[in-house]
Design a protein around this ligand. Structure first.
Ligand code: GLA
Length: 872
């Protein structure tokens, strides 16, 4: 505590000043530290009490008549009118609050109200609805330790007419020798913030929660209804709501009022803030949760919904966030398709109306729209300038991102797609929405991404500080055409080149229906006896004998109709009865809402990953839902198949991560269908696209890097596009490096280039994996692209230049170096025949390098240059 401001570090209640408290205390004739005994509520500054009609009256009813409830008269007390709120600062100095409450007789047997007493955001007492003519109810509440007492009168859910409410005989009993209680300004305001970002909330006199739009600099006294936070459908709000619920009795409206908040310090840098709201007329509660990462300007936001109604409440919309911004906002989003993921950024000004980006694919987040986006305020942002807010929804199912511009402000509603997601919430059950991740920067896109990456390495992915092994995958090299000898034959050349980990892809399993093409075998997770007569263990052991780790591909959620599993359990698949089965890549999705399927998939995963020497796995998912029906779920739960599926999937992924903590996992979904932080937290990396053409990968990796650290983006050297080997290796080395080549068929020159790239990667991976990324030259519509990484402490940096077309040989300007440090410039694994860099081996200060740049060795299409800057 300092002064009159009760501070919880970065979370502050805006309260009246200490001086004001002393003045108030003096005005009512009591010294600030000389008080003892009881204080009549009516002796406090009642101007601070809000009322739905007229003004609060000391020792009288709202009509100016003596306080009277059910014929009983009271000398002391406060007459008010719903909706009414009174905030009293106690600073832990009070003992009790007592009163007799009810509807004042001046309402003439009309009116209905509810009295609510909260202390520090916790409900201490509520009267239930009291009607005109009913006897007074006694309030007697223990206030020990309470800092802030809030007395509220609601309209009982039926409007404010005749709601004359009396806090009769109301008094606060204080401890001896403490300052008196002080009435505070009616608008409770608080900031939820990080180092450079703040969301300002205000509790209105209708007790609803409001949010000052991000970017608004007009500190209005009272916020408008359009600025309600987490707006609900059906009770006055006419724009796109965050919450749409049908209550157990069929009422389609929800009206949430503010209860208070609870804050927990999870570490010196991280705080969890839970803002609690409840419905005025129903036992229905919503908790808005925010986990703030102070230094990184990251906020994780989600919502919890629960109720104790007589039957299920139907949730039709339940957004994770409903953040409000001012207008003049630009949205950058990404579209794509299979092998064309993150095609290019689309930047557009948000204009009045609703812009919706969504996915209806059920078991993966994206194939087309992407669940990550960037908002820039007051004009388009650049890498180094502009106020930027990046958002990413951590959900691997159908999502919706809606940007609702009503010409006064823009509301971002992100969460599970309301399409096909009606959820029947049982009494006592809590619905937790997916988490929305927000990252703010006042200094442009580069700063935003570096903060995002720091957060991701710590919280968004597994082992974000552990170096990644150089991987060789057989998929592009062999497809389905392999056996023990063909695979084992790859180990020697792999080891000779410097590879550390071998990944065996699709095609190793199936017995009666062998997986020799994509038409059969999914679901039958036994090693193909013809290809691997003794199972996988001898192959994994052979890899280890050759000094390689061994990894395996699996697609546990899927089944081919040509499989023993499907023949045994045709009812286990997701399908629509009475409709012809629709196959994608000849396969179907198993219904993970069915407990038997959960057990089956877990057993399959366990048996695969328990093979000795398997320490890596690629988890694939090669189709999405087109007929979202479950033969297991009852009719009223069909609509929540997608939600129940993704939740069951996360249980499976979590169990896998916990049971096999040393097994690294790659997240894959027919290319980049599951690039989201919902799943990534159980994985070490993701497969961004089946398109491995390095010319496509340069802009694609640039775009993914807005949201994901490069170490999470698997990048393999293949023959896609038939690009020069040096260019392909350089592009892959800038992310999580791997190869997907038949090493036995490489020319001597390409083999040398690959060996050089692997050795260079091992030298720099600590910088590219845990260093800060600076995006230097945007490859979109440009003849080249360039990025650099800087190690923690700035002692080393690595610069990548990718020449997409012929172009002028101009310097590249690294960023983020220590201006005072001296760096020696050295090209790693130079391409055969490319001229030496003019600055090769020379030393410059960081300031000189950043100001004057350094000339790369490349200037022609499909050349690349990787240089290391090492300080003395
Ligand atoms: C998906 C993946 C590929 C490969 C194949 C195997 O398409 O994206 O990398 O694993 O499946 O069937």
């Amino acid at each position: 505590m300092r002064g009159g401001l009760i501070c919880f570090s970065n979370f502050e209640f805006v309260r009246c000043s200490f001086i004001k408290r002393i003045l108030l205390a003096t005005l009512i004739g009591i010294g600030p530290s000389a008080f003892a005994g009881s204080v009549w509520l009516s002796s406090l500054d009642l101007k601070q009490m809000t009322t739905g009609w007229s003004v609060a009256k000391a020792d009288h009813g709202i009509m100016g008549t003596p306080l009277s409830i059910h014929g009983e008269k009271f000398t002391h007390g406060v007459g008010t009118h719903a909706n009414s709120e009174f905030r009293v600062q106690l600073e832990g100095n009070a003992k009790r609050f007592t009163a007799q409450v009810g509807v004042d007789d001046s309402a003439g047997h009309q009116g209905s109200v509810e009295f609510i007493v909260t202390g520090d955001g916790k409900m201490l007492w509520r009267s239930g609805v009291l009607k005109g003519g009913e006897a007074a109810k006694l309030v007697d509440v223990n206030l020990a330790g309470v800092q802030m007492l809030v007395l509220r009168v609601t309209d009982g859910g039926d409007g404010e007419n005749n709601d004359h409410a009396d806090w009769a005989d109301a008094k606060i009993e204080m401890r001896d020798g403490v300052p008196p209680p002080v009435a505070l300004s009616p608008y409770e305001m608080f900031n939820l913030g990080t180092k450079n970002f703040a969301m300002t909330f205000q509790v209105g006199d209708d007790s609803r929660l409001y949010q000052r739009p991000i970017g608004a600099d007009d500190p209005k006294a009272k916020l408008q209804r359009d600025e309600e936070f987490y707006p609900q459908a059906g009770d006055g709000y006419v724009w796109e709501p965050a919450l749409q619920a049908v209550h157990a009795d069929g009422n389609t409206s929800t009206a949430l009022v503010y209860d208070g908040l609870i804050q927990t310090n999870e570490s010196a840098n991280i705080k969890l803030t839970c803002i609690r709201l409840h419905d005025l007329a129903y036992p229905f509660q919503v908790t808005l949760c925010f986990r703030t990462h102070y230094e990184e300007d990251v906020i994780e936001e989600w919502t919890e919904i629960r109720h104790q109604e007589s039957g299920s409440v139907t949730l039709q919309r339940m957004a994770s966030t409903s953040l409000l911004l001012t207008t003049n906002v630009y949205l950058t989003h990404f579209f794509g398709d299979w092998a064309k993921e993150m095609l290019y950024p689309i930047t557009e000004k948000i204009t009045p109306g609703i812009k919706i980006l969504d996915s209806k694919l059920g078991v993966r987040a994206d194939q087309y729209n992407n669940p990550s986006f960037i908002l820039s305020l007051n004009g388009k942002a650049t890498e180094t300038n502009g106020e930027v807010l990046a958002g990413s929804l951590a959900w691997s199912g159908s999502f919706q991102l809606a940007f609702d511009d009503n010409n006064e402000g823009i509301r971002t509603l992100c969460g599970i797609n309301p399409f096909g997601s009606t959820y029947h919430l049982k009494p006592g059950e809590t619905f937790t929405t997916p988490t929305m991740i927000w990252v703010w920067s006042p200094n442009g896109l580069g700063d935003m991404s570096r903060k995002f990456h720091r957060w991701a390495r710590d919280f968004g992915m597994r082992d974000g500080h552990k170096p990644r092994a150089v991987l060789l995958n057989n998929w592009e090299a062999t497809g389905f055409d392999f056996d023990f000898n063909r695979i084992a034959g790859l180990f020697d050349p792999a080891k000779a080149l410097g590879v550390e980990l071998f990944l065996l892809d699709d095609g190793w399993f199936g017995n009666k229906y062998p997986r020799i093409n994509d038409d059969a075998g999914l679901g039958d997770w036994q090693a193909n006896p013809k290809r691997f007569p003794n199972g996988l263990a001898p192959l994994a052991a052979a890899a280890v004998e050759h000094g390689l780790r061994f990894g395996i591909w699996m697609e546990p959620e899927m089944v081919n109709p040509n499989s023993e599993l499907f023949h045994k359990h045709p009812d286990w698949v997701i399908c629509q009865p009475k409709r012809e089965l629709e196959l994608q890549r000849n396969q179907l999705v198993l219904d993970l809402t069915r407990p038997a399927v959960q057990t089956f998939e877990w057993n399959a995963i366990q048996s695969i990953l328990s093979v000795p020497d398997i320490t890596y796995a690629k988890w694939d998912c090669n189709r999405y839902l087109t007929q979202p029906g479950s033969l297991y779920l009852p009719p009223d739960r069909q609509s929540q198949l997608g939600i129940d599926y993704v939740r069951a999937l996360y249980v499976l992924m979590d169990k896998t991560a916990k049971t096999f903590p040393d097994t690294e996992l790659m997240l894959c979904s027919g290319g980049g269908g599951r690039v989201d932080y919902g799943a990534l937290k159980y994985f070490h990396e993701f497969w961004p696209s089946d398109d491995t053409d390095p010319v496509a990968r340069v802009p694609m990796q640039w775009d993914y890097s807005y949201f994901f650290p490069l170490m999470a983006i698997a990048s393999h050297v293949t023959h896609w596009g038939n690009r020069p080997m040096h260019f392909a290796c350089s592009v892959a080395m800038s992310a999580r490096f791997g190869m997907d080549l038949d090493l036995t068929k490489l020319s001597a020159q390409d083999r040398a280039i690959c060996a050089g790239a692997i050795s260079a990667y091992k030298q720099i991976r600590d910088v590219t994996e845990s260093g800060d990324l600076y995006r230097l030259e945007d490859p979109h519509n440009n003849f080249r692209g360039a990025v650099n990484f800087v190690s923690p402490g700035c002692s080393r940096a690595v610069v990548f230049v990718f020449q997409l077309n012929d172009g002028e040989n101009v310097p590249v300007y690294p960023q983020g170096l220590d201006p005072a440090k001296k760096y020696t410039v050295h090209e790693l694994n130079p391409a055969p025949g490319q001229p030496k860099m003019p600055q090769e081996g020379k030393t410059f200060t960081g300031e000189e390098l950043m100001r004057d740049g350094t000339m790369p060795s490349c200037s022609k299409a499909l050349e690349a240059c990787v240089m290391e800057l090492t300080s003395m």
